[in-house]
Design a protein around this ligand. Structure first.
Ligand code: PMP
Length: 435
């Protein structure tokens, strides 16, 4: 069967609001290292890893063997009603690396569920369902996770189950704080928080949920220190901080293991997903014991922390610590960032190359300003594919090319992908100018 047949069947049976990337949608059938092959036999260097989900690479023996070992036992399911050795082991490791003292860990199957659980813990602990969230954020697709999602493209429900007040992001290009310099943006963000608390809430707010770098929002991030400025105000009111590390966790930003660490502050809860399973469904919440213990009734998960996913999770975490992939993310990420900045410095359609480590975004704008250019972005995105490179797209206006390759990316692969991307940008900008 060709991918065309599959696409027709996809369209007929899956809901129309499920977006598919690419004019000719991509069906991946094999992967090895940092490369994937599609159903037509074309090979690509993968700089997106299924939305920053492939952390280690494809078909990695250590991960395959850990999962196969568990499959051979015959115990695939289990439920949290039984003891699961690798779940306990992984929880111990996650608690240790979380940076949160005396932490507890609760495993889920997706980032959405992790945020849902974190909101449950925070609202129960604080006995309040008032939440602070950030404009342009993405936290998942469930009722509550969508309720704290500020990016309207991904927040379809008009009925928000929570009372949410919205803070400005630290975006450098758009929004109220954009034209301030970094030090002033931090102070302005704290003022914004104070003002929102005083004018839009009854004061007894449960938590602030925020991404250290907004992933779906286009890798937008405020200046370092932003979380610390917020936390100072939050602490005055006993409000909890949830750091959504679904995209920024596990060393991806190179400079730190968690995104929150750039801010010199420790959150009360952090949520993780994506990379820790390297493709297996594994996510969770790690945080202060007293907050996780606040759930008033017993709770349970059928698949959360199941033996297969946590076997993968242990292998992934061991691999990324043993091979110091955080350092590789910093080193190889710098090649990409420096190379991209140098190659696009004279292109006014590239408003910004931003991000940290192996989490990099390129924002495209119309000539002479900051008006988003999603059409140019799509052309670059398609040209990358034609050149053999998979990247992502994102941002509220769809005008950011996003990259989040496996953290095992080599320097040669970084240079290879960089050359394809730069050529795609140059040729698409030239076409746009000529048009
Ligand atoms: N939080 C963030 C920051 C995310 O990027 C995502 C997924 N894009 C989620 C939560 C939701 O994760 P999942 O898709 O696993 O439910």
């Amino acid at each position: 069967m060709t991918s065309d047949d599959l696409l027709a069947r996809h369209r007929a049976v899956l809901p129309s609001w499920m977006p598919l990337y690419y004019a000719e949608p991509l069906e991946l059938v094999a992967g090895s290292g940092r490369r994937v092959t599609d159903a037509q036999g074309r090979s690509y260097l993968d700089f997106f890893g299924g939305v920053l989900t492939n952390m280690i690479g494809y078909d990695i023996p250590e991960i395959r063997e850990a999962v196969e070992r568990q499959l051979r036992t015959g115990i695939v399911h289990s439920s949290t009603l039984y003891l699961i050795r690798q779940q306990v082991e992984l929880a111990e490791k996650v608690a240790r690396v979380s940076g949160i003292p005396d932490a507890r860990v609760f495993f889920t199957n997706s980032g959405t569920e992790a945020n849902e659980a974190a909101l449950l813990f925070a609202t129960n602990h604080r006995r309040s369902h008032q939440i602070l969230a950030v404009r342009n954020s993405y936290h998942g697709r469930s009722y509550a996770a969508m309720g704290v999602t500020g990016n309207r493209s991904w927040s379809a429900s008009a009925l928000n189950p929570l009372q949410v007040a919205w803070l400005h992001s630290g975006d450098r290009l758009r929004g109220l704080l954009a034209r301030l310099d970094p030090a002033d943006r931090v102070e302005a963000a704290a003022e914004d928080l104070r003002e929102v608390l005083a004018t839009q809430t009854a004061g007894d707010v449960a938590c602030l949920i925020a991404e250290p770098i907004q992933g779906v929002g286009g890798f937008v991030h405020g200046p370092d220190g932003l979380f610390a400025a917020w936390k100072k105000v939050l602490d005055e009111h006993g409000i909890l901080l949830i750091s959504d590390e679904v995209q920024t966790g596990w060393g991806r930003t190179g400079e730190h293991f968690w995104g929150y660490q750039a801010h010199g502050v420790t959150p009360d809860l952090l949520t993780f997903a994506k990379g820790i399973g390297n493709g297996f469904a594994l996510a969770g919440v790690v945080g202060r014991a007293d907050v996780l213990e606040a759930v008033p009734a017993i709770s349970f998960s059928t698949f959360g922390g199941n033996p297969v996913s946590t076997a993968a999770g242990n292998a992934v975490l061991d691999y990324l610590l043993d091979h110091d992939l955080q350092a590789n993310a910093a080193r190889v990420g710098a090649i990409l960032t420096d190379g991209l900045r140098a190659a696009t410095a004279d292109i006014d359609r590239v408003a910004e190359v931003r991000g940290k480590g192996l989490m990099l975004g390129v924002e495209f704008v119309r000539p002479g300003g900051t008006e988003p250019d999603p059409a140019l972005t799509t052309r670059v995105f398609e040209a990358c594919r034609a050149g053999g490179l998979l990247v992502g797209k994102g941002g509220l206006h769809g005008n950011v090319v996003r990259m989040g390759p496996p953290l095992t990316l080599t320097e040669d692969e970084a240079r290879e992908g960089l050359a394809i991307l730069v050529e795609a940008i140059r040729s698409c900008v030239a076409e746009a100018v000529a048009a």
